[in-house]
Design a protein. Sequence first.
Length: 208
Amino acid sequence: MEDFITINDTSYNLESLETLAWKKLVNGSVKKKNGFRTMCVGTVNENATASLRIVVNRKVDELQKTIFFHTDNRSRNYADLQKDNRISLLFYDARQRIQIVVKARATLHTNNALTNDRWKATSPQARLGYMTLEAPNTKSNQPTLGYEERFSNTKPTDDESDLFEINFSVIACSVYELEFLYLDYTGNRKANFYYENGALIDCFWAVP
């Protein structure tokens, strides 16, 4: 019985497949048009049900097995993670026919060296998401951008946007489980990987 799978004419055993999975996640964090650039994030909300949203894969530390994304610390997902730091990340690239599901523990970073460094790296356009005058999901009587209307036509300056850095946070997701699923017309293939303190402690092929 074969102990490898073939993807794009390349054979992968469990060890090399795990390397491939992390390579794809890293590529997603640095290539804007990559299929793994965005991910669906799931947290446990105050009603003990799943809360989902799409976020951008900002950085992947393959060595530490950590995935980073940005959020507004006034948002519901930030509040969810303050109460329960369990988080799930779903990546899917239809072109590559690969799905990666990650389970992790989240660490929230606010007003520290990491957030300041990441804030400085963001574009004026990206900062608009943190410049809303009220918290995300606040009820409005009419359609609203949340921030000053003039910024719909004019990008904010650094000085204007820096006032809102207090709303900006970085979420570091320390991965403890990764599921890799390859979809193929000849039959799907799946493998599971488990981590402890960034080190791989178990892995096996699984029924898709």
